[in-house]
Design a protein around this ligand. Sequence first.
Ligand code: GUN
Length: 293
Amino acid sequence: MQLIDGKAVAAQIRREIAEEVVQIKAAGGKTPHLAAVLVGHDGGSETYVANKVRACEEVGFKSTLIRYEEDVTEKELLACVERLNQDAGVDGFIVQLPLPGHISEAKITEAIDYRKDVDGFHPVNVGRMSLGMPCFLSATPAGIIELLRRYNIETKGKHCVVLGRSNIVGKPVSMLMMQKATPGDCTVTVCHSRTRNIKEICLQADIIIAALGVPEFLRGDMVKEGAVVIDVGTTRVPSDKTKSGFKLTGDVAFNEVAPKCSWITPVPGGVGPMTIVSLLRNTLLAGKKAIYV
Ligand code: GUN
């Protein structure tokens, strides 16, 4: 079994991006600028957004954090999105999800100019991704593909089983894995909460991408010898062994599954560190107007 070290790959890509930013600035180009909108004080969202802003600063981007209280109206948030759409100084922006129940996430996502949608959540970007066209890829699917690419893991003609059908991971990663590309060219099966015989299907998989959000769902007896396992799960499980009071737990029972794998991602340190890097890459592309003019 070999570990896929997402932390090391992410650090390498951050260095590559930082070098490119130095070159852009030296040539008198525009410093890429990411804005992040955070509504309320959810602990997870606070941490994620703080990490995104810090990552921007570390690679030399400009970043702006815009905060609203939990009771912001949908109209006010839509007006903020419109201001950012119009602001030529902002190359890309994100509205951190989840949003409070009185605000439609779909409405906000669609209001974002797809040319600044560095989350890759806008229907135009999702549609272009499905068609294999240039677009902003969403962070987690892009991170998974980049790990497979950097580790030269063979995907062509393999059977890839995706566990989970979420809009932000399961659906897009299944599209990318079936795409005529490298990595890609897989035969893809998508399983979800209503799937029968999940164990039998997983046992046929050469590659399993577990993105259900169910801690330790994938057990040792569900995986064939030599499989590649990508664990997207990041559930905060209470723990008295850590300072924060919780432990990040994946969708894979690592101790049972790892001995059977050719390659496996750990949690933490696998897919997680790659997601912010994908956002940085999209912001760099937005700054360079590399995808949309
Ligand atoms: N909430 C959880 N993940 C994400 C993400 O990648 N982008 C945004 N905007 N919100 C999230």
